[in-house]
Design a protein around this ligand. Structure first.
Ligand SMILES: Nc1ncnc2c1ncn2[C@@H]1O[C@H](COP(=O)(O)OP(=O)(O)OP(=O)(O)O)[C@@H](O)[C@H]1O
Length: 591
């Protein structure tokens, strides 16, 4: 077996990865090259007989959650997302250590030993000793158990280091070699080659999109799924079937509670109850009581026994929302329960009870920052951060906005006329696409409800078919704009951040976003003012541009600014153009 990196193989490998259109393709090339590197190292080693490379796995996991996960079985051509029911997940313990120390590591599965592989490194930090086999750590030995079950004896894990050295994910390679249990495997002899392959592949692995997923039927619990969500859903199907805690993070209104129920419905616990404990509604001193329940007389006001959320969720799922609101005392109680699966009812003199629920946890806070600020226990964070998923904000999945708006309208219309139809005009759709949606799906739902009512009233009541047009939306949105929820400075900052995020995404794909395109703001302001005041002249006067109005120069100025806006929309691939397209057409007609 030849090494991939010998005989000019680097160029061929680079070309293959470079030519990949999707994450899965680049991952398959990378894993295949790595598996053959290890196989080449095995030839001539004492383990050449009786050793076999079983599989490789890539998981992308920037600090806020899983993005992508694929597995390549040795000998297969395609890297695939694990099927629901698969237990082929990377080790949580390995990930934590590798991400923190940014170095590769080898695992001896039978002995439960994980050791860092650092060029020139000698000492094994205390933190690594027994971390892998220790059943009291966050892995609870579960991934080790899974590795044992699938026959893996030696595992090599290495970080994917992105720009600035940040660890963006991990590659795991699994070997079966019973003869080498307790001995160093061949990892040391191919470590630097594996590192080279990882370094070549990382920019592609972190930037490429997932192969688009063809979804056959509509999912009633998640009826709209854009490309970003389809990727997440693919992973969540696997996560739903595990026993470990799922952590759903994301801004308010992104759909975390709905997704928690979705996970429940696709889990082995689906026949049991789905309970929600929203900590934002529970005073700190009652949090433990609400979680674990109480016996009559446990505290002043405890007039009768009360089953806690953990008990009510037995054999089902407990969704603990707004976990960041948990007091330090309740954090200790929850950690104990998650580690031991045992808890005590307040005021109960009997023994401990067994927690039989599956846990899903939600937050719209940055838990890592809370850990840094010592408001959230680090050990609890690691315990709940086993299967983390971040729900993107609506502005990060604009491809979903029109479909959600239609879905929300149709749901409403069907309540009144089960066979009726409701349409959203193209102009209305454009209007939706330019709004920021700080309240995400919840806000969109509220706005669509209002727009529907406005359209209905204008039409004089329910009719079989109804069209919701841009003016209906503008009136519905007027209520939103009246809300002093976010200041102009905050909104501008949010827009700038969104621009930077998009620029980063495009830079990684090799299609940079020009900074010049950020100069659309004056055009958008002038266009919005022209629409609101229904007069170009008034709009210019509002901003002290009387001179331009007098010299009739303002047509040209507005046209130039609006062309910039259109250029941004085109660069963003929004084919329908900006919502100000009509204004621009009007200017062209006016000469
Ligand atoms: N799958 C869905 N189907 C239909 N509507 C949805 C769905 N997901 C979200 N929504 C809409 O968005 C609203 C907010 O969803 P949800 O309560 O799940 O968000 P959240 O992220 O948990 O919010 P918060 O952080 O404020 O608790 C829902 O009330 C509903 O109007």
């Amino acid at each position: 077996m030849d090494s991939v990196l010998d005989m000019g193989g680097v160029d061929a490998f680079l070309a293959r990865v470079h030519a990949s259109n999707y994450f899965e393709e680049a991952a398959a090339h990378t894993l295949a090259a790595m598996l053959s590197e290890v196989e080449a190292a095995l030839v001539g080693s004492v383990h050449s007989e009786g050793a076999r490379m079983a599989r490789g796995m890539v998981h992308l996991r920037p600090s806020d959650g899983y993005r992508q996960l694929v597995v390549l079985e040795a000998g297969a051509h395609e890297a695939v997302a694990p099927e629901p029911g698969s237990t082929r997940l990377p080790s949580m313990t390995a990930w934590r250590l590798v991400a923190k120390h940014r170095c590769a590591a080898s695992i001896d599965v039978h002995f439960g030993r994980i050791e860092p592989i650092e060029p020139g490194g000698t000492d094994v930090p205390q933190e690594w000793r027994n971390a892998f086999g220790d059943t009291s750590n966050n892995d609870k030995g579960e991934t080790r158990q899974r590795l044992l079950e699938r026959g893996a004896t030696h595992v090599y894990v290495l970080p994917l280091r992105g720009a600035g050295g940040a660890v963006e994910g991990m590659i795991s390679l699994e070997a079966e070699c019973r003869g080498a249990v307790g001995q160093p495997f061949v990892w040391n002899s191919c470590a630097s080659r594996l590192r080279t392959l990882a370094d070549i592949a990382t920019p592609h692995l972190t930037a490429l999109p997932l192969r688009p997923v063809v979804t056959e039927e509509q999912d009633p619990l998640l009826p709209v799924q854009g490309e970003a969500m389809k990727g997440l859903v693919r992973m969540l199907r696997v996560f739903a079937l595990q026993d470990e805690t799922i952590l759903l993070s994301g801004a308010t209104g992104t759909g975390k509670s709905r997704l928690a129920r979705w996970c429940h419905e696709r889990s082995p616990y689906r026949k049991g109850p789905f309970e929600v404990l929203d900590l934002s509604t529970v005073p700190e001193d009652l949090q433990l009581a609400e979680l674990f329940g109480w016996r009559k007389g446990a505290f002043t006001g405890a007039a009768r026994d009360h089953a806690g959320a953990v008990e009510r969720a037995a054999k089902g799922t407990l969704f603990i929302d707004e976990i960041d609101k948990l007091s330090m005392r309740a954090q200790a109680g929850l950690l104990y329960m998650l580690e031991t699966r045992a808890y005590r009812v307040l005021g109960d003199s009997g023994g401990e009870r067994r927690a039989q629920a599956r846990f899903v946890v939600g937050t719209n806070a940055n838990l890592q920052a809370a850990v840094r600020a010592q408001r959230f226990r680090e050990d609890l964070y690691y315990r709940i951060n086993v299967l983390p998923v971040r729900l993107p904000a609506l502005s990060e999945r604009p491809d979903e906005i029109p479909a959600w708006a239609r879905h929300m309208l149709e749901r409403r219309h069907r309540e009144r006329d089960s066979a009726g139809s409701v349409d959203l005009t193209l102009a209305a759709e454009r209007r939706l696409l330019t709004y920021v949606w700080p309240g995400n799906l919840r806000q969109l739902d509220n706005v669509m409800r209002r727009a529907y009512t406005v359209a209905l009233a204008e039409q004089g009541g329910v009719q079989h078919s109804l069209a919701v047009d841009e003016p209906h939306l503008t009136r519905a949105l007027a209520y939103e704009d009246a809300e002093p929820s976010r200041s102009l400075v905050e909104l501008l900052h949010a827009a700038a951040t969104a621009f930077v995020r998009e620029a980063e995404r495009r830079a990684a794909l090799g299609t940079p976003l020009e900074l010049d395109l950020a100069s659309v703001f004056p055009g958008m302001v002038l266009a919005a003012a022209t629409e609101k005041l229904e007069s170009r002249d008034e709009a210019f006067r509002l901003f002290g541009r009387d001179a331009q109005v007098k010299s009739r120069n303002h047509h040209r100025v507005l046209r130039r600014e609006l062309e910039r806006v259109e250029a941004l929309f085109r660069a963003l691939g929004i084919d329908s153009g900006s919502p100000f397209g009509r204004l621009l057409d009007g200017l062209a007609e006016d000469g």
